[in-house]
Design a binder for this molecule. Sequence first.
Ligand SMILES: O=c1ccn([C@@H]2O[C@H](COP(=O)(O)OP(=O)(O)O[C@H]3O[C@H](CO)[C@@H](O)[C@H](O)[C@H]3O)[C@@H](O)[C@H]2O)c(=O)[nH]1
Ligand SMILES: [Mn+2]
Length: 738
Amino acid sequence: MTTTTTSTHLFTTRSAPLRYLYKLYFFTFLSLTLSLLYYRFTHHLPYSHHPYLLLLLTLSELHFSLTWLLQQAFRWSPTFHSPNPDRLPEDLPCVDVLVCTADAAREPPAMVADTLLSLMAYEYGPERLAFYLSDDGASELTFHAVALAAEFARMWVPFCRRFGVEPRAPKAYFAAEEGGGGGGEGMEFRRVWGEVKKLYEDMQEEIAYAGSTWTVPEETRKTHKGFREWDSKVDPRDHDTILEILLKGNGKDRDVEGNPMPTLIYVSREKRPGHPHHYKAGALNAMNRVSALVNNAPFVLNVDCDMYSNNSQALRHAMCFFLDPEQGHRIGYVQFPQSFGGLTKNDLYANGVKRIYEIEFFGTNAFNGPMYAGTGSVHRRESLNGRKFTLDYRPRLEDMKQGMGSGNVNWDELEAKAKVVTSCNYELGKPWGKEMGLMYGCAVEDVFTGLVLHTRGWRSVYCGPEREAYLGMAPANVNDTLVQHKRWSTGLLQIFLSDYCPWTRGLGKLKMGQIMCYSFYTLWALWCMPMLVMLCFLPWLWLMGFPCFLRSLFLCFRSMVRSLRIPRHRLARLQSDRADWAKGTIKMWWNETRMWMMKGTSSYLFSIIVVVLKSLGISEAGFEITSKVIDEEAMKRYQREVMEFGVASPMFVPLTTLSLLNLYCFLIAISKAVKEGLGVYDGLALQIMISGYITLVSMPLYEALFFRKDKGRMPTSVTVVSVGLAFSLLFLFQFLVM
Ligand SMILES: O=c1ccn([C@@H]2O[C@H](COP(=O)(O)OP(=O)(O)O[C@H]3O[C@H](CO)[C@@H](O)[C@H](O)[C@H]3O)[C@@H](O)[C@H]2O)c(=O)[nH]1
Ligand SMILES: [Mn+2]
């Protein structure tokens, strides 16, 4: 174990112990894999009559071996950084906080308000913070909720600071046991607590009422001039910039205790049909420019509206890295993990993405740091805005302190200027999206932007405080999960195929381990290949009498082991009752396996199709927003861990079709076994094992297709299409082979 500490360091770094044991394992496994591959290439005689089959199986095995190899970079030397906020100077630099939302129907305004409130209550001088909410939905309801939150914040922020409550998202705070979540015991606390709670409930009611009628009541509209923007209907795809300064940070707006409030600005940038708006990346860049006019803080925190701050110290933690006298100046951004509240007990859709944030990202700390994950990350504005890191770059703390102060600010002029920088034409002929700010043209603008910063010489830091920094919402149904993974794997593959391919642009600029980590993620979509071979070709080939059992067993085994890795890690974390824990872990692993097969045959397959279509210029990869609302009945099913299909989505078609084909093979194999008996060593036994395993994994699909009556079942149209498709494929295949 290596530790570096001296009194001036603002953070310490520690690497995981016993790495030589790991390296021993690595080289053993590597030589085994290599000899296996060697054997495959020299002994392919039984298949030489079936070159396509040979090719597919060999490719799958190569894929497994290569991804295994790339993945080792994450495990080579896990590195942990711990900040020492006690050593921070008094005078901290300003931070601009950018929050984005895009659709009031999918992202409830009440949630947006809650996220904002949690961030506004950061333990950080309020005069040093400014908040910007970008609303790509241009929704009056969102504006309404944000305006109400601005008022409520005058009471909420001092309450949080005074009693040190946690978490500082009011909904989560009040949902914890009565008066829970910390804060104290005394009479005074109870009194203020009651008042704040009452005020919060009133606000929630108002937001809910507006939501239920889908308009803001007339009396409320009179209270704020901002509502006039919606006097005539606003089309979210075609409107002027709507910009409203809701709180003025130069001491003009004050909380109930008389302290200055931070600036809060609502922005809905101009949109016009025919002008690409670049989704979230465009929104962040627009806010970046607005914030530059107001505080121009040297650091920019970016949070999605579905992730509230769960740890009021997080910003101070981030500053420990940037302000470290020795290494701070090299750091381009600090990334916190994405943690999720509200997952079911066994993480039904495997959306906790724990493998990434509990293992892999610590591994990247050894190689210049983690990818940028889009939310919960603090950027150095200069690095984000195109500056390259050079050895002579030494920002001075004094220069970083600029901010609004309590001087005179011409707010009207500011508003006018802000409208200019958020107009559609502003970016024309400027380097935004190419050299500056968030990068455009990729469905995962975050990873792409992070990669660009890394190639410019910046490092990043992954910081996972014990108390989760942010808690977010993960998709809560199968379709949203698959669509999200399609977006991710599409965007990641686009990066690999772009100018910024880690193997071309990265060579010489990135560390080898870093190139491997980026390649592992950006080639995610390729997982669909071995999955399809396993699920689709192997059972059929068996039907046609091809001898490929040992290999298929190998593929199956590898796929199982892959998801088995996660519980092994959880072993170290969880300390609850053993029996209970074991049950939970096996279920988690099973859920992960099921979802992995679904993603493999649907999300990843579709993403390859999207990338091909895009390169042919046929379609553009968009940004489909995941829904953060869930109705009551669906919620009940979710809590019972019943998979939710429900919508007629094309994402379901490949999985249902393949699962039906597999079922067919399984039944044929069983009936054969009944008729002819089962020899231990013949292919039949293996076939039954393999397709039996796939049948078990696909159980929720069969139930959803044929047995369920509730609203979460597979829509009839999907059932009809996939049954039809399965039959046609079967005939086609028989026709081709016979
Ligand atoms: O045109 C758009 C589309 C989306 N968003 C916002 O982008 C955020 C992320 O959208 P969401 O639907 O929640 O997608 P997720 O899959 O949860 O997002 C993950 O993946 C994205 C990249 O695909 C990253 O940008 C996110 O930070 C990361 O949390 C939300 O705040 C949206 O409001 C916009 O502002 N404008
Ligand atoms: Mn999200």
